[in-house]
Design a protein around this ligand. Structure first.
Ligand SMILES: [Mg+2]
Ligand SMILES: [Zn+2]
Length: 184
C-alpha cells in the first residue's frame, strides 16, 4: 500500500526561522513539534522534510554543513521517538547562486520537484498526503503536487481559517490537532 505522508517544511515549522542557520546551536525547536510528530506517526502517516536551502547557493554554508545539521536533527527526533522517512533539500537559486547552484531548478518550492521525487522514491500517495509550511511557496508546491490538504503555520494566526488554498494554524501542534479531529 502506498504511504501517506506529512511533508514538513523545516524553517518556520520544525524550528524557529532565524534565517540561514546551519549549526545545532542555532536550531530552536518550536514548542509541540515532537508531540505533533508522534501523533502523525501514531496515525499511520510518515514524515518527510522538504526544505529550500538557498543558503548553500548563496555560499553562506555548504552541503556538508547542511548534512551535519540534518544528522543532528534526525538524531534529536529519534531521541524523541520520531523517525523521519527522509529529508529533501534544494540547494539552488535561480539568480543568487554560485557555480552549479545557480540553477532554475524544479526542486525549489513553489515548484513541486522535491515532493514528486519523494513520491517516486518512497511509493507515496500524494493525494493522501499533507504539507505543512510557513510560506505561500510551500502551499503552492503542495497544490502543484496534488496533495490532499495544505496547512500554513503562522505565530500570529489569530484562529484557524480555511481558504480555498490552505488552512491556517498557529503551529504544527495545532495542525495535527485540527487534522486528526477532522479526519479520524
Ligand atoms: Mg519555511
Ligand atoms: Zn533546486
Amino acid at each position: 500500500m502506498s504511504k501517506k505522508v506529512f511533508f514538513l517544511d523545516r524553517d518556520g515549522v520544525i524550528n524557529v526561522d532565524h534565517g540561514y542557520i546551519y549549526k545545532p546551536e542555532q536550531f530552536e525547536f518550536i514548542p509541540g513539534v515532537f508531540d505533533a510528530c508522534r501523533t502523525i506517526t501514531q496515525h499511520g502517516y510518515h514524515i518527510v522534510v522538504v526544505t529550500n536551502q538557498s543558503g548553500i547557493a548563496r555560499g553562506y554554508y555548504t552541503e556538508r554543513d547542511f548534512a551535519a545539521l540534518t544528522s543532528w536533527m534526525t538524531a534529536t527526533f529519534a531521541d524523541q521517538g520520531v523517525s523521519l522517512l527522509d529529508v529533501y533539500y534544494c540547494p539552488h537559486h535561480a539568480t543568487q547562486g554560485f557555480g552549479k547552484y545557480l540553477l532554475d531548478c524544479n526542486c525549489r518550492k513553489p515548484r513541486p520537484g522535491m515532493l514528486l521525487k519523494a513520491a517516486a522514491q518512497h511509493d507515496i500517495s500524494l493525494p493522501a498526503s499533507i504539507i505543512v509550511g510557513d510560506k505561500t511557496s510551500d502551499m503552492e508546491a503542495g497544490k502543484r503536487a496534488g496533495l490532499r490538504v495544505c496547512y500554513k503555520v503562522s505565530e500570529n494566526a489569530a484562529s484557524r481559517r480555511t481558504t480555498t488554498e490552505y488552512v491556517s494554524c498557529k503551529r504544527l501542534i495545532d495542525v495535527t490537532t485540527h487534522f486528526f479531529q477532522a479526519h479520524s
